[in-house]
Design a binder for this molecule. Sequence first.
Ligand code: GLN
Ligand code: ZN
Length: 735
Amino acid sequence: MSSFPTSTVLGYPRIGPRRELKQALESYWSGRSTRADLDRAGAELRARTWRRLAELGLDGLPSNTFSLYDQVLDTAVLLGAVPARYRDAPDPYFAMARGTDGLAPLRMTKWFDTNYHYLVPEIGPDTVFKLDAGKPLGEVREARALGFETRPVVVGPVTFLLLSSALERLDEVLGCYEELLAELAAEGVAWVQLDEPALVGDRTPEELAAVRAAYERLGAVRERPGLFVASYFGDLGESLPVLAATPVEAIGIDLVRGGVPGADLTGKTVVAGVVSGRDVWRTSPGRALAALAAVRASRVVVSTSCSLLHVPYSLAEETGLEAGLRGRLAFAEEKVAEVVALAEAHLRTPAPRLGPPSGHGGGGVLYEGDEDEPSVPLLPDPDPAAERSPYPVRAAAQAEHLRLPPLPTTTIGSFPQTGELRAARAAVSSGTLSQPDYERRVEAEIERVIRAQERLGLDVLVHGEPERNDMVQYFAEHLDGFAVTRNGWVQSYGSRCTRPPILHGDVSRPAPITVRWATYAQSLTPKPVKGMLTGPVTIVAWSFVRNDLPLRDVVFQVADAIGQEVRDLEAAGVSIIQVDEPALRELLPLRRAAQADYLKWAVAAYRRATSGAGDRTQIHTHLCYSDADQILAAIDGLDADVTTIESARSGARILGAVSAFGRGLGPGVYDIHSPRVPSADEVEALLRRTVEALPVERVWVNPDCGLKTRTYEEVEASLANVVTATGRLRATLDA
Ligand code: GLN
Ligand code: ZN
């Protein structure tokens, strides 16, 4: 078996440095280009990536890390797990990814604790696994034609089945992987990478037995490439000895999120992830080299902690960043250069065994020179005396002040974002539209949204969020301590990308952010208008965050800034303030042992942000998941006066679980993810079920989430039916 290259990355961004794949996909989906055009665009992006990685000096090039949509979907296709109902679609792959007129897509959910979404494979009694290795083999050949030998990357069998809730199908699936290994060997492939991030979570004895069985069996394949099992996003823990006892030749270990393993891994190659794939900071060479030296293995190869999919392409474009900050940053290209430099340095210095580095518990660090002290003292725990009055006291004050009808109707915040507004924002930043002109357009849009809601007869109005490009980036742009990038796009799912802000310093709020828009909206109507804020956990979850402070302290800083905004909104006469926390679950640690502590401080941060509100100010929160059960106690702990959550898609399953919250609740009455307009009858039926499960005086009526992605036509028709249905139900209450 040939030895593993000296430097590698576990994966690379694929959307294109200028989001070329997004353009190619959207043009194909809209019928403006052909499948052949799309495939050509994909081939160009792959070729560019291999060339660039080789130019930067990397010697272990991965392949099959490209995907037209999602690598988990690709793995399902590789294994033949295409549900029967998609097979006759004109393009079954995109039918699974996006649905068709008559077919819903596969369910999508977040990839471990990242903001990347994968498609959940559907494995049922009629799934017949059958290998189709066309994609990985095709990429190996394509790269070879360009002069590059590559290591195909495939999601490993245990992770694939755990994500599909089908571990009992291991035997069948392993048959496909055995064939895959044989086909790759016949193609002359030296190494294959099987991604097993699921192994960094808590695993039951049965699951560990599955790991053992899987890699014993794959190890026994006679003609096969070297087996490299990559773990990432945390410590392998109890999975490491299990994996180490199998014949796999190389193990990937995340030394940024996890520690240097104590175990002696002599006999194995360790692919040491010392350059973080989850943040945008330069690596401290000192720490990384110490971590590399501390690994006890036959061979130590330098790598990234996970795929670079989660960071933007390159800093080259970011000339607008302040030089001091820019010097501390590394995006994908810069991280590859770090891997190469560290590999050279590691080879040159057969460093003494230093033992695991102390301090931050891993190899990845902010930048050199940060190692002495955190830049601000740790923040104290929130002051319990600063908590709000008990709910009954607040509820009485709010009822008196707001005088809302039973079953108040409202929306979650955003209204459709028009193309004109997006164009106007672009025009402001390019200097062709003046700030006052832009603000007048935003005001006109707010007025239109208010009038529409008045016409519809909603009870609690919103201003529609027309001034926001994004619920996190908008706040980042108005808080000190954050920077925003020009081209720092990261794939979220399919063709969708976000541009996470960079939280690099101490956070503070130089001036009120939303008060101007909220008071303008309120000035237009006698009905209450909700103030709209993004919560501290969500702002941090959807940003790249400094790593020289505990995450908790960073979140508390953001909470204090949002808390000032809450107080200013209240002082300006806004009597309902919604603080959204849709990412509360996303930051939940993968290991159960760490979850309670996280939830405790996350809840404390939310309360810190909202506890300055007086009794008669009504605090709302919004979360958008259908399977919130896992963190229900924490949601309850937020102590918001009203909680709106997604519910329609899960068939109102959530009702029983949330009925224990003794406060206001707005389970969504229709799914905003689909263009379908719900009928008044349908909404009424759902509302009836809701008031059977919950005390009617606590129920709010609202859609599942914000309306930003819908059209005005859809929104007006849907909300009209919601108001009609609510009216019918109110009439029965009076009777
Ligand atoms: N207020 C936000 C909106 O309506 C909430 C979005 C979200 O939950 N992701 O757009
Ligand atoms: Zn939502």
